[in-house]
Write a new protein. Structure first.
Lengths: 333, 211
């Protein structure tokens, strides 16, 4: 795609009239192929080059890429803007949308914008509390919670109505995603919570970082016992540890992170300069292990500020570059 | 600016319009309310779920409570006094913040509005391995308390219900009166809907639950 110097071009799939989005990610999952998604963090600054670079890097390796929405309550470029850039680079985006910064008016408005720009996937979350971010003095909104937002999206798509009851013409269409943390108490209820999100309308899930395979496997067992693996697609969240400092940060500062002691011992057991390569190896091993667990439909790789490592991790885990990029999928459809 | 009698009348009329139950069955003037500005913090309930379930049977909707609610609505000073007592009692027992649309009967009487993220549908993913609140790590997650209390009473099915978005105009109102008047109907899904894909807006009402 030729991009003018100012970077302002319409998204490559845009047309004058709105067409329901066709999610390549959904197609991959429905065909039963092991799906791969990854995360792109937009920059703090008015520059799309970093997103462009990360998208190009991931293009041949992922089925879709999430663009985060001011994650950890730190101000960044919005997800929708990042999604347009990844689409220009031929990577299908997943637009993240959280309830921390928006009331129900803004949430529905952003969802409509995503559909109108043919962003085919949305990932709907509650969001981290502003207390952890760069603006702890901000007013947290939390007008809806994640389940209510998922339910709202399904209402807009299927009942063709806003929460006000007003009709939507045309009704939007997206593949609706959500998140779950199998490692947060109450562990026995986490599969039920996934079930609530499925009942509300979530079609695919990306989980919190998996470092503890036994807990994850027992959660998946509960998910299968409830029959939920047949009603949604579950992508296990994975990510590499870059340094011992990053490890400590994850354990102490990141809400909902659970790193078991044996992983800590393993990373501390190697010389300081070999921690990154051990981290990559560990991540690939985890991918291979979760792939064997029944009901797991794919992996979601989160490597904050270390996106360059993603192809290496996937290759080591035996996940070949994706044959069908967005471009070829569009040619064939 | 000269504050004329006319301006005062306009001002009063506008106040009434914003605080009246617009669209509902009653158009009585209500005390002016705003969302509480006290910050939500997890609150361990000071009473057992079992006792409260028993009390709920006494306070369940019936014609007597309905008539009492109408009487309260017609007499604003009485309504304010009643609301004051409700606030005092529920603040002591549940850390109530007066959202005006009580979810306690289906959360094992642990108040979800004391969750810093105002989650009505269960705990967030940030609960610490030790059960601590993501936002206030020295406190225990209120939804974890709800889960344990519901488990004890064998009422985990209650937590499976989908909770609809709340009406932010109802902050400061008496949730008991709202409940007895039937305004809370449809606030959460029924237990037989929980496994299907329940509609958020009811088909009969184009505007859904909103009042």
């Amino acid at each position: 795609v030729s991009v003018p110097p100012n970077g302002v071009v319409p998204p490559r799939t845009a047309s004058d009239t709105y067409q329901p989005a066709h999610s390549h990610l959904q197609a991959v999952l429905q065909r039963g192929r092991f799906a791969v998604t990854a995360e792109i963090g937009p920059p703090r600054g008015a520059n799309i080059a970093p997103i462009r670079r990360k998208a190009r890097l991931l293009r041949d390796w992922v089925d879709a890429a999430n663009v985060t929405d001011s994650q950890s309550a730190v101000v960044r470029m919005p997800s929708w803007a990042g999604c347009l850039v990844t689409m220009q680079e031929g990577v299908e985006p997943v637009m993240q949308l959280q309830c921390r910064d928006r009331n129900r008016i803004a949430l529905q408005s952003d969802l409509l914008g995503a559909a109108a720009l043919n962003i085919p996937n949305v990932l709907l979350l509650t969001g981290d509390h502003p207390r952890f971010g760069d603006h702890p003095d901000a007013k947290p909104v939390f007008d809806l919670d994640s389940i209510q937002l998922i339910w709202t999206a399904r209402t807009m798509r299927e009942q063709r109505k806003l929460l006000s009851g007003r009709d939507l013409k045309p009704a939007p269409d997206w593949f609706i995603g959500a998140v779950e943390n199998p490692f947060a108490p109450p562990l026995k209820w986490r599969a039920e919570r996934l079930g609530k999100k499925v009942a509300a309308g979530a079609q695919f899930f990306q989980t919190q970082f998996v470092y503890d395979i036994p807990i994850f496997a027992s959660w998946m067992q509960q998910v299968r016992d409830l029959g939920l693996d047949r009603r949604c697609f579950i992508l296990a969240g994975v990510g590499p540890v870059k340094s011992l400092r990053a490890l400590e940060h994850m354990r102490r500062e990141v809400p909902g992170m659970y790193v078991p002691d044996e992983v800590v011992r393993r990373l501390r057991g190697v010389p300081e300069d070999r921690v990154p390569s051990e981290g990559l190896k560990l991540c690939s091993e985890i991918i291979m292990q979760v792939k064997e667990i029944g009901g797991v439909s794919g992996v979601h790789v989160m490597a904050f500020g270390w996106e360059d490592a993603i192809p290496e991790i996937l290759a080591a885990a035996g996940l070949a570059p994706r044959q069908t990029t967005l471009e070829s999928a569009m040619r064939s459809s | 600016v000269v504050f004329t009698q006319r301006a005062l009348e306009t001002f009063v009329a506008r106040q009434e319009c914003t605080t009246a139950r617009c669209g509902g069955t009653l158009y009585l003037g209500m005390p002016a309310v705003a969302p509480t500005t006290d910050s939500a913090r997890p609150f361990p309930p000071r009473t057992s779920a079992r006792a409260m379930n028993a009390l709920h049977r006494v306070l369940d909707r019936n014609p007597v409570w309905y008539a009492a609610s109408i009487a309260l609505m017609k007499t604003p000073p009485l309504y304010r006094a009643f609301t004051f007592v409700e606030r005092a009692v529920k603040k002591q027992l549940f850390g109530c913040r007066m959202c005006g649309q009580c979810a306690l009967p289906v959360t094992a009487y642990a108040c979800p509005m004391t969750c810093p993220k105002q989650l009505r549908n269960g705990p967030c993913g940030g609960v610490g391995p030790d059960g601590s609140c993501e936002v206030y790590p020295s406190m225990r997650c209120v939804w974890l308390m709800a889960y344990e209390r519901a488990d004890q009473e064998d009422r985990l099915g209650d937590l499976r219900r989908l909770q609809r978005p709340i009406d932010q105009r109802k902050w400061g109102q008496s949730s008991w009166v709202n409940y007895w008047l039937g305004e809370d109907e449809g606030l959460w899904t029924t237990s037989d809907e929980t496994n299907a894909a329940p509609p958020m807006l009811s088909a009969s009402q184009p505007g859904g639950r909103t009042t």
